[in-house]
Write a protein that binds this ligand. Structure first.
Ligand code: 6GU
Length: 225
C-alpha cells in the first residue's frame, strides 16, 4: 500500500514513521509513505499557497490552484483510491475506518492549515474527510500521522502473532482487558491468580469478562453498537 501526504510542513511528518511498527511495515515492503510539499505547486516564487477568504474574516485559506495542480500531477498516471482531507469538521476516526482504509492500494492525505482549504477542492477531489477527535489542532499533520499509524499497523502482513491486532481495544467493540508482567507481586499488588493457573480456557474467559466489565464502566457507548 502507498500513502502519499500533501502538506506545507513535511518536516513534521518524518520521525513518526521511522520507528516501531511503521518502520517495520516499510521495511517489509508493505507500506510506502511519500511526503509531498505543497510549496512545489505554489502560485508564485514566494511560495504562496494560501490567500484571504472571500467575505472577510480572520485566517487564510489554502488556495485551489496549488492543491488542484498537485493532485492532478500526483494522479496523472494512476488515480488514488481515496483522497482524504484531515479536518476537525470531518467524520471522527474509528477503528472500522482504519480497517477499511488498510485494504486500499493507494491513498492521498491532504493536511489542512490556517482556516482550511477552499471548499471547491473538497467538492471536486476529496472522497473522505476525517477528524481525530473533538478538539482543534494547529494543522492536519499530527492527525495525518495518527491516521497513517492506525492504518499502517493493520495492513495485512505487518503484524505477527506477537503483535496481533485481534486483541486490540475496539477491534471487537470491546476495550482490551488489563495485562500483567513480572514480578508476581509489586508493592503489595498481586497478579490475578487465574493468569498464573496455566488453564487457557479459564484465562480466556477471565479476559473476556474483564474486557466486558471495563467497557461497561468506561465506554458503554461502544457496547451498544
Ligand atoms: Cl484532522 N485537523 C485539525 N486541524 N484539528 C483536528 C483534527 C484534524 N482532528 C481533530 N482536531
Amino acid at each position: 500500500m502507498t500513502i502519499e501526504i500533501l502538506t506545507v510542513l513535511p518536516e513534521l511528518l518524518t520521525s513518526p514513521f521511522e520507528h516501531s511498527m511503521m518502520k517495520r511495515a516499510q521495511e517489509k515492503g508493505l507500506l510506502t509513505i511519500k511526503l509531498h510539499t505543497l510549496r512545489k505547486w505554489a502560485i508564485n516564487k514566494h511560495g504562496q499557497v494560501d490567500d484571504y477568504q472571500y467575505g472577510g474574516g480572520a485566517g487564510m485559506v489554502m488556495m485551489c490552484e496549488p492543491l488542484a495542480n498537485a493532485i492532478d500531477e500526483l494522479q496523472a498516471e494512476s488515480k488514488f483510491d481515496e483522497i482524504i482531507f484531515m479536518t476537525p469538521d470531518g467524520k471522527t476516526l474509528e477503528q472500522r475506518d482504519a480497517n477499511t482504509l488498510s485494504l486500499k492500494n493507494r491513498i492521498l492525505i491532504i493536511c489542512g492549515h490556517y482556516k482550511g482549504i477552499d471548499q471547491r477542492i473538497r467538492n471536486l477531489y476529496v472522497t473522505r474527510e476525517i477528524s481525530i477527535g473533538d478538539y482543534v489542532l494547529s494543522g492536519g499533520e499530527l492527525a495525518a500521522a495518527v491516521l497513517v499509524d492506525a492504518i499502517g499497523r493493520i495492513i495485512p502482513g505487518v503484524l505477527n502473532d506477537e503483535t496481533s491486532a485481534l486483541t486490540d481495544s475496539f477491534q471487537d467493540n470491546l476495550l482490551a482487558p488489563p495485562v500483567f508482567s513480572r514480578p508476581v507481586e509489586f508493592r503489595g499488588l498481586q497478579v490475578p491468580p487465574i493468569l498464573l493457573s496455566g488453564d487457557p480456557k479459564k484465562i480466556e474467559a477471565w479476559r473476556q469478562a474483564q474486557a466486558l466489565e471495563r467497557t461497561q464502566k468506561r465506554r458503554p457507548d461502544i457496547l451498544d453498537q
